[in-house]
Every structure is written in structure tokens, then in C-alpha cells.
Design a protein around this ligand. Structure first.
Ligand code: AP5
Ligand code: MG
Length: 216
């Protein structure tokens, strides 16, 4: 099963991706996570990506496309994969299409998670993440058992450097200008399905399962 998760910043892509990939036993490929891993480890890629991410801008396509192609060429992607946060503009979508066509592969589902703008801002402002295991929390809707501490590994939680209000607003603007046109792009292939992401996490997941569950 090959899935693309579309949706604005804070739509719940990462949250739903974790469940889908556990269920379908396919790798979760998040370009944002790959960049953050490289930033944490101070690699050359990390240094470059940080300049864009902190400002809420997209990392250049040539860099991002190459990372995804390398990742999709790994053995664990042979039985499928889930892309979270990629493609993010039409040029990336075209690049992915070319790559997959060369490999004789096709995307099965494009899931577009839709959430109200006010909720997106609330979700991102209140999000806390574990720098060690990557678990995601929210100060109001999904607080950890002990304030500021990861339930899973005991690490101190942090706020992502791009979850400040200035970067959040920029990310939403970039989404409108560059990523939203992908909805039309994938409508042409009849692959896209809209998901109401305003519902509670479990309900959103039930809706996703209803759409893709039979393909397992
Ligand atoms: P990326 O990491 O992809 O961030 P994003 O797209 O902005 O999305 P988020 O990860 O912020 O949100 P999400 O949809 O995963 O929501 P989550 O599940 O965490 O990208 C970051 C940056 O990297 C980009 O700005 C760019 O600079 C760069 N980049 C990445 N990919 C790129 C690409 N392809 N090309 C170029 N540059 C790229 O949930 C959010 C919060 O809401 C959490 O607190 C969660 O607990 C809560 N929540 C989730 N679901 C619900 C629900 N149903 N109800 C209530 N609360 C919920
Ligand atoms: Mg995410």
C-alpha cells in the first residue's frame, strides 16, 4: 500500500501516520522528521534545512526530492510506504510521479486531512514533542501524565522551533500558496479522498480505516 498524506500544518498528519503505518506495517516517511533528525545531529543537510524550517519556508525542491528518492529506494519500501509532508508543491509531485513511473509503481491513496484554520493555530501553539523518541503531545488536548515529561521515555518535552506564532502563520501561508494546489493535482487522478480532521483523533482514524482498510 502506497499512501500520500496531505494537509496543512497541524492537521494531524503525523498523528494519523503513526497509526496507519503501525497497522499496515509500512514505513512512515516524513520529510519534516528527516530534516529535524539532521538538524539535531548537526549534519550539512541539517544546517541547510534549518535556515528554511525556522522561517516556515520550504526546503529547496532539489534537496528534498533527492532525499525522498534515496529513502524510497530502500528495501523496506518494497511493500509500500506512507509519505507525510511530501510532496508539498506541484513540482515535487511531478518529480515523485516520474520516479515512481520509472520504478513501475503507483500511489494507491491520497488522503487529504481538512481542519479549520483556528484549530490549526491552537494545535500548533500547544504542541509539545519529545526530542528523544518523537512522541507528540498537546498541552490541552493530549497532555503527558507528568507536565513537561514524555510518558514513553521520560525525556523533557520541547516546543518545535517552527511552532512559534510567526513561523506558524508563515507555514499556513506557504501551505495555501504552494501545497493546496496539490488537491487539484491529485483530483485529476481520482486518487484523493477528503478526511474531516476536526474530529477527535480516534474518529479521524476510523474514517481513514473505512476508506483504506479493505486494501490491507
Ligand atoms: P512538517 O514536519 O511536515 O510539518 P507540517 O506540515 O507543518 O505539519 P506538522 O508536523 O506541524 O503537523 P501534523 O499535520 O503532522 O500534525 P500533528 O499530528 O503533529 O514540516 C516542517 C517543515 O519542514 C516545513 O515547514 C518545511 O520547512 C520543511 N519541509 C518538510 N517537508 C518538506 C517538503 N516536502 N518540501 C520542502 N520543505 C519541507 O498534530 C499537531 C498537534 O495537534 C499535536 O499536538 C496533536 O496532538 C494535535 N492533534 C492531532 N490530531 C488531532 C485531532 N484530531 N484533534 C485534536 N488535536 C489533534
Ligand atoms: Mg508532522
Amino acid at each position: 500500500m502506497r499512501i500520500i498524506l496531505l494537509g496543512p500544518p497541524g492537521a494531524g498528519k503525523g498523528t494519523q501516520a503513526e497509526r496507519i503505518t503501525n497497522d499496515f506495517k509500512i514505513p512512515h516517511i516524513s520529510t519534516g522528521d528527516i530534516f529535524r533528525y539532521n538538524i539535531k545531529n548537526n549534519t550539512e543537510l541539517g544546517k541547510l534545512a534549518k535556515q528554511y524550517i525556522d522561517k516556515g519556508l520550504l526546503v529547496p525542491d532539489a534537496v528534498t526530492n533527492k532525499i525522498v528518492e534515496d529513502r524510497l529506494s530502500k528495501d523496506d519500501c518494497k511493500n509500500g510506504f506512507l509519505l507525510d509532508g511530501y510532496p508539498r508543491n506541484v513540482s515535487q509531485a511531478e518529480s515523485l510521479e516520474k520516479f515512481l513511473a520509472n520504478e513501475n509503481l503507483k500511489i494507491d491513496h491520497v488522503l487529504n486531512i481538512i481542519v479549520d484554520r483556528d484549530s490549526l493555530v491552537e494545535r500548533l501553539s500547544g504542541r509539545r514533542v519529545c526530542p528523544s523518541c518523537g512522541a507528540t503531545y498537546h498541552v490541552v488536548t493530549k497532555p503527558p501524565k507528568i507536565e513537561g515529561i514524555c510518558d514513553k521515555c521520560g525525556e523533557k518535552l520541547i516546543q518545535r522551533t517552527d511552532d512559534n506564532i510567526e513561523s506558524v502563520l508563515k507555514r499556513l501561508e506557504v501551505y495555501e500558496d504552494e501545497t493546496k494546489p496539490l488537491i487539484e493535482y491529485y483530483s485529476k487522478t481520482n486518487l484523493i479522498r477528503n478526511i474531516d480532521g476536526n474530529k477527535p483523533v480516534n474518529e479521524v482514524y476510523n474514517d481513514i480505516q473505512a476508506l483504506i482498510g479493505d486494501d490491507k
